[in-house]
Design a protein around this ligand. Structure first.
Ligand SMILES: Nc1ncnc2c1ncn2[C@@H]1O[C@H](COP(=O)(O)OP(=O)(O)OP(=O)(O)O)[C@@H](O)[C@H]1O
Ligand SMILES: [Mg+2]
Ligand SMILES: [Zn+2]
Length: 361
């Protein structure tokens, strides 16, 4: 789905409309006007301290978030954690709000705070899997419903560990440690629940499958396969379905969030904001991330990334370069336009690096 062709030169997309911010004042950004093309991939560049995060992660998110606030559902508020962010931005959104219905900030923070959340539950594929188990002849005979196959519901889970698979052990003079549950040995379920099999597997066996293996096992189950395929496509075939959300790496968490967005079905009109999303990623993973982001833009959405990696900037539709310097010497837009235009701008300190990248493409 996301091949290695993402970095090939492609026609730049044209703005469907413009999201215009006016009079933005935040940290060292002072009374700035900025325009982001909707339906495009925009990269915001500039020296460290030039004001990229102030403009994008703070001002853009706060101003757009404020306008969306009443319209936002609880689910969306959760997908875009913009709490802990008192609005200290001055400025306004002058145009473009009619084409932005949703705001999602995608970062490398964990996808869940407790080990009860995992890949299978977060992506929603576990709901389908539980229904498959409830539909087996054995489950129907016993009148087990889908809830019986949840480790978050009392009736089917292991009573000792309450479905966690491990128990906390108090040690004198030491912080408590987690040990596998002595009753279920990590299976998380009551023995009765595990007796029900779907294609020879218990529900605990399913949680132990890797994404790649699960793609084979659920090949005939379209709704499950859809989630699995997206995860496999972004290189996460090696993860286990039951891997706790808290154990995922930052880059993994970020790609899972985007995969979940991609499989929501494209409603379009969502603004995705990412601040240095490629930090710590291998070039292979950067390509995968770009594949995901471009797929979102092709689905009628808008992506704005703060980015230092010129490979990412060179493939953007639009670049906003901040500067000229850092701190009080920054906070202004030095150049903006397609990558070729910013690269050719002599005032831009990003220009020469961007030109070098454009030359090798
Ligand atoms: N809460 C704050 N209060 C006052 N000044 C701040 C605050 N946050 C950032 N600054 C200052 O504003 C300037 C721009 O910071 P900002 O975080 O926007 O930079 P940046 O371009 O994102 O840099 P980097 O690439 O290092 O992330 C910096 O000089 C910074 O010290
Ligand atoms: Mg920053
Ligand atoms: Zn247990």
């Amino acid at each position: 789905m996301f091949g290695g062709h993402t970095l090939l030169a492609r026609p730049r997309r044209a703005a469907s409309a413009w999201l215009r911010l006016e009079g933005v004042t935040r940290n060292t950004v002072h009374d700035l006007d900025a325009a982001f093309p909707l339906g495009c991939f925009t990269a915001v560049t500039g020296l460290s301290g030039s004001g990229k995060s102030s403009l994008v992660s703070q001002a853009l998110i706060e101003l757009v978030g404020e306008r969306l606030e009443q319209a936002m559902t609880a689910e969306d508020a959760d997908a875009s954690p913009i709490e802990d962010m008192p609005a200290r931005t001055n400025g306004r959104v002058a145009t473009g709000m009619e084409a932005v219905h949703r705001l999602v900030k995608v970062d490398q923070r964990p996808i869940g705070r407790t080990p009860r959340s995992n890949l299978a539950t977060y992506t929603g594929l576990f709901d389908h899997v539980r229904r498959l188990f409830a539909a087996t002849p054995e489950a129907r005979r016993r009148r087990y419903d889908a809830g019986r196959f949840s480790f978050n519901v009392a009736k089917g889970r292991c009573p000792t560990c309450e479905g966690e698979g491990f128990v906390s052990v108090e040690l004198m003079f030491m912080p408590s440690v987690y040990a596998p549950c002595p009753t279920c040995h990590g299976a998380r379920y009551a023995p009765k629940t595990l007796e029900v099999r779907w294609h020879g597997l218990s529900i605990a066996d399913v949680l132990g499958l890797t994404v790649a293996r699960a793609c084979e096992v659920f090949a005939e189950e379209a709704p499950v396969l859809r989630s699995l395929t997206v995860l496999d496509d972004i290189g996460l075939g090696y993860l286990r379905l039951g891997q706790p959300a808290t154990e995922l790496s930052g880059g993994e968490a970020q790609r899972i969030k985007l995969a979940t967005e991609l499989q929501r079905g494209q409603r379009g009109a969502t603004l995705y904001v990412l601040d240095e999303p490629t930090t710590g990623l291998h070039p292979t993973d950067v390509d995968r991330l770009l594949g995901q982001l471009n797929a979102l833009v092709d689905g009628g959405n808008t992506v704005v990334v703060v980015e230092h990696d010129m490979r990412v900037v060179a493939q953007a539709d639009w670049v906003i370069d901040l500067g000229p310097g850092a701190g009080a010497d920054g906070g202004m837009i030095v150049a903006s336009g397609p990558p070729e235009v910013v690269a050719a701008n002599e005032a831009s300190r990003t220009g020469p690096y961007l030109q070098r990248e454009l030359d090798v493409r």
